[in-house]
Design a protein around this ligand. Structure first.
Ligand code: CTP
Length: 414
């Protein structure tokens, strides 16, 4: 059990923080909520008290005997500020201590997560940008807000990230305080995720069990590390749309190939986390295939392109920049020819990518589960174990390896 402090700013999105409180109490954590006075215009203290099971105060002069303005911050293992308004982040960046929340932020030594919500002009204003930069320099994680409908009729960047996503990122920071450095700022990242569906007729397809969770976690973490991210998504079990990520939906491997080769042309990092069908039906029936009287009709298949290997070839030809880092995935089981790592090493050579993330599968591991484990094999021979953990944690470790390749420039060269 950890001590979670949830600071609530005075914005209309304050009501959404109720789900964030739930996320942490349901995981068994002790949650204390500190709203600003303005937040109480949107959600009453009674709601926060009922959801957290703890008393709520806003003022440094409440509970003076317990020295709450010092004690709450000191005791916290994680502080989540949501919605983080422009004013609240300005006060935090200036080191003010004019209410219980800002005073607590000054005494907290744990990871601090700000989930901003405000109108686009306020988010993009230089003053806010400077405050966000200051908070990040001091080690806080300031999420990039989502884009979409804001209060009123306007729309754009400034929407509070979904409560589920704030919860996931909070969990990640509890596991690993330095999981989200802002080290991918200015980079363009394209991630594929989910499974392809190869149509047989207008109602049927050949598909696979990919949940898309690992690819979505990578897109989410890359966006929160500052990258501009496009997620090319096949079929998933709906892992929730990550904030500040452009999503392009595809069905088949051929569509995925088209999108990836087009988008990779301008990308700095390409991550192929999708589960691509190796084969597709030669013909797609124009109308629903009938049972008929002659029993099952055989399905003739043809081979899909290897998209990952194709991207590497595009780079060799010069259609993709030599600087672009290409990352593949391999789900392996050991067999008579070798262990999981032997197969991974051979696949890294065969595909020619810069980094291959190898997952051991079988016995219920990896597919559709919440956790993952594996290795990152890089073209220069580096092999890093990725310890067991949530797919969000795995994503942050994978991006560490990707960032190292970007920094060191050790691409695959042949
Ligand atoms: N991949 C791809 N195009 C395909 C198949 C796979 O781009 N047609 C990518 C996947 O997204 C993944 C990597 O290649 O990043 C590994 O896929 P995998 O199916 O394990 O590789 P295969 O070459 O099919 O090897 P195997 O012999 O193990 O089936």
């Amino acid at each position: 059990m950890s001590h979670i402090l949830i600071g609530v700013g005075g914005g209309i999105a304050a009501y959404k923080v109720c789900s964030v409180i739930r996320h942490f109490t349901e995981a068994g954590h002790d949650v204390r909520v500190i709203p600003t006075r303005a937040a109480l215009n949107f959600v009453g203290a009674a709601t926060f008290e009922a959801l957290s099971g703890n008393p709520v105060s806003t003022d440094v002069f409440d509970d003076v005997d317990e020295v709450a303005h010092v004690a709450l911050g000191r005791k916290a293992d994680l502080v989540v500020v949501a919605p983080a308004t422009a004013d609240l982040m300005a006060r935090a960046a200036a080191g003010r201590a004019d209410d219980l929340l800002t005073a607590s932020l000054l005494t907290a030594t744990c990871p601090v997560l700000f989930a901003p919500a405000m109108h686009t002009e306020m988010w993009e204003h230089q003053a806010t940008a400077a405050n966000v930069a200051t908070l990040r320099e001091r080690g806080a994680t300031v999420m990039t807000p989502a884009s979409g409908r804001l209060t009123g009729t306007d729309s754009g960047p400034g929407r509070l990230p979904e409560p589920g996503e704030i919860g996931l990122i909070g969990d990640l920071l509890l596991d690993r305080a330095d999981a989200l450095p802002h080290d991918l700022a200015g980079l363009e990242v394209v991630v594929s995720a989910g499974g392809t569906r190869e149509a047989l007729d207008p109602v049927r397809y050949l598909g696979n069990h990919s949940s898309g969770k690992q690819g979505y976690a990578l897109a989410r973490a890359a966006a929160q590390r500052g990258a501009r991210v496009t997620l090319v998504a096949g079929a998933t079990t709906d892992p929730g749309d990550p904030a500040a990520v452009e999503i392009v939906n595809i069905d088949s491997a051929m569509e995925l190939e088209r999108e990836m080769s087009r988008r990779a042309a301008t990308a700095d990092i390409v991550i192929m986390a999708a589960a691509v069908a190796d084969f597709r039906p030669v013909a797609v029936a124009g109308s629903k295939i009938k049972k008929g009287d002659d029993g099952p009709v055989p399905i003739e298949l043809s081979t899909n392109p290897d998209i990952l290997a194709g991207l590497v070839r595009q780079r060799v030809r010069g259609d993709i920049s030599a600087e672009t880092v290409i990352v593949g995935f391999a789900a392996e089981t050991g067999d008579a020819d070798g262990g999981v790592l032997d197969h991974g090493r051979a696949k890294l050579r065969r595909k020619g990518c810069d980094l291959l993330i190898v997952n051991a599968v079988g016995d219920g591991r990896a597919f559709g589960t919440e956790d993952n484990t594996g290795w990152a094999l890089s073209a220069d021979g580096r092999e890093t174990a990725l310890p067991f953990g949530s797919k969000t944690l795995m994503a942050s470790r994978i991006l560490d390896e990707v960032a190292a390749v970007v920094r060191n420039g050790d691409r695959h060269i042949d």
